[in-house]
Unconditional design. Structure first.
Length: 134
């Protein structure tokens, strides 16, 4: 069994560590654990393994170098674990911020445009009143 934010479909950021844990406590006797990760162009992404203090738990992490789909293959004793291969989509922080900035600009511009329209309309009405009063 494997779990952690580094195996979720979304939420992994480029150039940030994505972490997950492989739990082999219920797998029986000790066997060979193999983990491979690839980006969307099938380039190998290095995965670091670190045994934890608890027997059977292995902490793993990898760092995506570019946005896109990544696949993580985990096998224990030559058998793929359930849920695998894991498909993870990484994105850059810049892309998230750009979308947020576009939304905030839109929110700021709409009230200004509405205010400007009201002001111009009011100005035109005042001009008309002065013309008719003369």
């Amino acid at each position: 069994m494997a779990y952690g934010s580094g195996l979720k479909e979304t939420g992994v950021l480029v150039d940030e560590w994505a972490e997950f844990v492989v739990d082999t406590t219920l797998a029986g006797e000790e066997a060979n654990l193999q983990i491979e990760a690839f980006d969307d162009e099938y380039n190998v992404v290095e995965v670091e393994l670190e045994p934890s203090d608890t027997v059977g738990l292995i902490s793993c992490r990898y760092k995506p170098t570019k946005p896109g789909q990544h696949r993580i293959f985990i096998s224990y004793a030559g058998v793929s674990i359930s849920g695998g291969p894991f498909r993870v989509r990484s994105s850059s922080v810049i892309g998230c911020c750009q979308n947020r900035n576009r939304l905030s600009s839109f929110i700021l511009l709409v009230p200004f445009r509405l205010w400007l329209w009201i002001y111009i309309d009011h100005f035109i009405c005042l001009k008309r009143q002065k013309i008719f009063q003369s």
